[in-house]
Design a protein around this ligand. Structure first.
Ligand code: HEC
Ligand code: HEC
Ligand code: HEC
Ligand code: HEC
Length: 130
């Protein structure tokens, strides 16, 4: 019993300490940093994560509310033509259409990975990764 309570205390201490440390370990991309940072340096986590208590991957509805619906996004990145000289439109693809969630490719706190590149080797030089 003594040991059990002791380990509980350790868990509680770890959780309490993790909360402020987490904010430090959650860097934002340069293109988002300013707009989500308050004057006192705190970050508006809820702007992407909503009111959920435990943060996981954000609901893409948040992204869409600022960036426009998927159809217009797909139009924005439409290619001037077809053929090997054009890398395919990431927002409207052969296999998935416009269905992929934004966060499959646009990570926020870590280096983004293009979902397609599990199988392909697209370069996508215009994608902002930092
Ligand atoms: C409160 C509004 C807002 C929310 C929410 C938001 N963004 Fe942004 N985002 C912006 C603005 C403003 C910019 C900078 C201007 C621009 O390039 O559109 C930006 C920039 C970007 C860029 C770089 C665009 C470029 O020019 O290459 C990407 C990619 C992006 N956001 C993806 C996302 C994703 C994915 C989410 C959801 C997890 C998200 N954003 C949530 C407003 C928002
Ligand atoms: C399959 C990967 C992938 C997914 C899923 C994805 N994107 Fe992108 N996104 C890219 C790539 C790659 C670019 C670089 C632009 C290009 O190649 O045309 C980009 C560019 C952008 C840009 C800049 C557009 C511009 O005009 O240059 C914005 C904003 C953006 N994405 C937002 C989003 C949002 C919001 C979602 C979800 C609705 C999303 N993306 C889903 C890969 C993806
Ligand atoms: C601009 C949108 C945005 C903001 C603001 C934001 N996040 Fe995130 N968060 C994301 C995205 C996108 C992911 C998906 C994984 C990734 O990109 O790293 C994520 C994932 C996470 C995860 C889960 C990590 C994992 O790999 O399972 C945690 C925890 C988290 N965010 C915490 C925070 C905290 C704390 C803040 C505020 C200090 C914050 N986020 C602010 C977009 C955002
Ligand atoms: C799970 C693996 C996988 C993923 C993930 C994947 N693809 Fe594919 N893709 C394939 C296979 C397999 C083919 C068929 C190859 C062939 O027959 O040439 C293919 C073919 C294609 C083709 C036509 C052939 C070509 O290379 O011109 C395009 C375009 C394409 N994929 C785009 C995408 C895009 C964009 C994404 C991400 C949004 C994506 N794929 C994600 C496996 C994948």
């Amino acid at each position: 019993m003594l040991i059990r309570n002791l380990s509980m205390a350790v868990v509680i201490a770890a959780v309490t300490m993790a909360a402020p440390a987490m904010a430090i370990k959650m860097p934002l991309k340069s293109y988002h940093k300013e707009m989500f940072t308050n004057d006192d340096g705190s970050v508006e986590c809820s702007a992407c994560h909503g009111d959920s208590k435990r943060y996981s991957f954000p609901d893409e509805a948040k992204c869409i509310s600022c960036h426009g619906d998927k159809a217009s996004l797909a139009e924005e990145t439409a290619r001037p033509g077809h053929g090997a000289e054009f890398e395919p439109n990431p927002h409207d693809s052969l296999h998935y259409g416009q269905d992929l969630s934004c966060v499959y490719c646009h990570s926020e706190h870590k280096k983004p990975k293009v979902y397609c590149n599990q199988c392909h080797e697209f370069k996508y030089p215009d994608m902002k990764r930092k």
